[in-house]
Design a protein around this ligand. Structure first.
Ligand code: FES
Length: 170
């Protein structure tokens, strides 16, 4: 799972920070993975423009770096939203209707597993058992656990988050 959610200035590449990271590894192209990990720590994800930039700096092909980022599940190519929604898809949750909860999240926020809302507020991830099967189906939003979910309850919870965010912005 990626690190803590950080609201991002999406599209802005912190070239100075990336240069510093590459400098920490003395521009060594064999350190691509730790370099990418540090970039992800810096930005919350590895942006596509960042990949081209790193490729140029390390004198390797962008395709090679892209291959690494897509191969390892730890890397994400999309920014992480302010609120990370983790929906359990373990056996108990699956049996007790996780699919319906997933559908409610997708309906409500217009995102699927692995995606982030365009406003950067929510990222939706489907995860393996999170260890509270007796409370299934379960989701965690920004560290808060919601148990015995129904699609209606899920929609209500998401609407509450949206209302709180709207209040913060006004
Ligand atoms: S299967 Fe979902 S919490 Fe265990």
């Amino acid at each position: 799972m990626a690190g803590a959610a950080k609201p991002l200035d999406v599209g802005a590449i912190p070239y100075e920070g990336i240069n510093e990271i590459i400098g920490n590894y003395k521009g060594d192209s064999s350190a691509i993975i730790p370099i990418l990990q540090d970039i992800q720590d810096l930005m919350g994800y590895v942006p596509k423009d960042g990949i081209s930039y790193v490729a140029e700096k390390l004198e390797v092909s962008a395709a090679k770096i892209y291959g690494i980022v897509t191969f390892y599940a730890q890397f994400r190519l999309q920014p992480v939203g302010k609120h990370m929604i983790m929906l359990c898809e373990g056996t108990a949750c699956h049996v007790n209707g996780a699919k319906l909860i997933s559908g409610a999240i997708t309906d409500e926020l217009d995102i699927r597993g692995g995606e982030t809302t365009p406003d950067g507020l929510f990222t939706f991830e489907k995860v393996a058992c999170i260890g509270c099967c007796s409370l299934s189906p379960v989701m965690v939003i920004s560290g808060e656990t919601y148990a015995k979910l129904t699609p209606e309850a899920t929609r209500k919870i998401l609407k509450e988050y949206q209302a709180k965010e709207a209040a913060v912005q006004n």
